[in-house]
Ligand binder design. Structure first.
Ligand code: DQQ
Length: 538
């Protein structure tokens, strides 16, 4: 089989070939969604980075355009790195991005504006001569100073942005302020936030969320009944971490809530392969949308062989959970327009050691939604207190899908070969800690592929799901797309994206099962699964 095709996705965003990474400058402008992204026009490894550009009416089908921003001036000659868009009063979009100015990777913040406001796709962008707008002062490490956020306007009418940085292992977001004209930026006295021992913070994102409903808020919104979210990408762990807190607009400081841990053990947007994400406010549908990047987990040699690397997970609507303690994410509803043939299962009982196969759809390119139920929590296994110090993914590595349990493991075996030589299980296991239940959700790539056993990255990704089990139900949705398994536990409270490279479980040789390996009988209350059509991408 053609190496370039076998693991290509059908409905996840990717260009026809070459390397992609971070989503950049997403915005909804005059009825069109714009996605820019870090792209190497010359190959399948990182380098020669430009801002490639695509537009869409639905965030799923995209029209590719020419790169919008690329190295061409003294202030970005060595690179055009990540950044964000802001729509200024008068409906004027502006992009802020990081320019690399020399071989030492010195970083400055630049702006670009559309060359022709009457072009509905905003194809051409101008980088005016008064760039750069911001250079590092001598207190800032100038090679770790990048990825400006969308700007927000404070009550004083001045604009603010954050730029990611680090000093002595303390990750931080440096704040800059400008008057209304957006051209004159001064560093604020204090970083908006920082945390020791976290390393460089890349791709910061700072936005308000409503305490009242799932609607999104404009990034400058600062009324009542809101919290703020600060998300940063940890260069060291390669995970996107966030806290929820209060933004004190007078002191211009952000205070994470005491329920939000500010470090490596804190909340993550996704407990799998998901990095450099960024949100934007979609004023068309009044929602906040999250975009991200899922890197390959295959070897660099294989990336080069197949001629492409990197995909973007499905855009997600994102909002604050009613508990106020975490965010919830769900694939945008527009994805459902790709759903084709459907199969359904209802009220199917699964005893210990049993599995049922889901047939009749293209399971290598599918959308699967299941609601599981059980009658009792009594058989939940004890949670070993020593696991409290481990990451969820370490517990998943110990307690995999084949390790029999009490309540769980149960879930899906995705991209499975007929005789299970290969499979990627996505499943739950419920533990009883002294005073509460702990729900572990795993997306375990350890048996996903027979190839390159030693060099391929096959992590047992996992996260805990903070869910009320009073109704004895758990839901799971998985978006399966050849080399992507993107899963949403409990309605999007815990999300995990895995990249996997089966050799047998490909195209119509892939199988999908629902399994239970726990002593407690599980019921599949309902399962709906659809074949997914290809998205239009080129
Ligand atoms: N990718 C960009 C940087 C950013 C990093 C370079 C995050 O601007 O910090 O391609 O993946």
């Amino acid at each position: 089989v053609d190496a370039s095709k076998v693991h290509r996705t059908g409905y996840h965003f990717q260009p026809p070939k070459n390397w992609i990474n971070d989503p950049n400058g997403p915005m909804y402008y005059n009825g069109v969604y714009h996605l820019f992204y870090q792209y190497n026009p010359k190959g399948a490894i990182w380098g020669n980075i430009v801002w490639a550009h695509s537009v869409s009416k639905d965030l799923i089908n995209w029209i590719p355009l020419e790169p919008a921003i690329y190295p061409s001036k003294v202030f970005d000659k060595y690179g055009t790195w990540s950044g964000s868009a802001t729509i200024l009063p008068g409906n004027k979009p502006v992009i802020l991005y990081t320019g690399i100015v020399d071989a030492n990777k010195t970083q400055v913040q630049n702006y670009a504006i559309p060359a022709n406001m009457s072009d509905p796709y905003l194809r051409k962008w101008i980088k005016p001569d008064n760039n750069p707008l911001i250079v590092a002062d001598k207190t800032i490490n100038k090679s770790q100073f990048r990825d400006p956020t969308t700007a927000w306007m404070g009550r004083d009418g001045n604009w603010r942005i954050l730029v990611g940085s680090v000093r002595n292992h303390r990750g931080k977001v440096i704040m800059y302020k400008s008057n209304k004209n957006f051209m004159k930026w001064t560093k604020a006295k204090h970083p908006l936030h920082s945390a020791p021992g976290t390393g460089n913070w890349e791709c910061p994102d700072f936005f308000p969320v409503s305490l009242k409903n799932k609607n999104g808020l404009d990034t400058s919104y600062n009324g009542k009944d809101i919290k703020h979210v600060l998300k940063v990408s940890f260069d060291v762990t390669r995970f996107d971490h966030y806290t929820i807190g209060t933004y004190d607009t007078k002191k211009d400081k952000y205070f994470p809530d005491n329920t939000s841990i500010d470090g490596w053990k804190g909340l993550r947007l996704d407990y799998g392969n998901y990095y450099a994400s960024k949100t934007f406010f979609d004023s068309g549908k009044n929602r906040r949308i999250l975009l991200g990047w899922a890197n390959e987990s295959d070897t660099v040699d294989n990336d080069v062989r197949k001629g492409w690397a990197g995909v973007h997970p499905i855009p997600r609507k994102i909002w604050l959970d009613p508990s106020g303690k975490q965010l919830v994410q769900w694939p945008v509803q527009e994805l459902e327009t790709l759903r084709k043939k459907k199969v359904q299962l209802n009220n199917k009982k699964l005893n210990k050691g049993k599995k049922v196969e889901i047939k009749g759809i293209t399971v290598a390119q599918a959308d699967v939604e299941v609601i599981f139920s059980f009658t009792s929590l009594d058989k939940a296994e004890p949670f070993d207190p020593s696991w409290a110090d481990l990451y969820a993914q370490d517990v998943c590595a110990i307690k995999g899908s084949t390790v029999q349990g009490g309540l769980g493991p149960f879930g899906l075996l995705t991209l499975a070969s007929k005789n299970l030589e290969e499979y990627t299980p996505v499943f739950f296991r419920i533990f009883k800690a002294h005073d509460k239940y702990k729900v572990l959700m795993c997306s375990d790539a350890s048996r996903s592929s027979l190839k390159n056993e030693t060099t391929m990255y096959k992590p047992s990704f996992a996260g805990y799901v903070d869910v009320d089990l009073a109704d004895k139900k758990l839901s799971l949705r998985s978006l399966i797309d050849h080399s992507v398994v993107e899963s949403f536990g409990a309605g999007g409270k815990t999300c995990i994206t895995s990249r996997v490279y089966p050799t047998l479980a490909i195209f119509d040789k892939a199988h999908l099962f629902v399994f239970n390996n726990g002593a407690e009988r599980i019921t599949i209350e309902t399962l709906n699964a659809w074949s997914m059509a290809n998205a239009k991408l080129h």
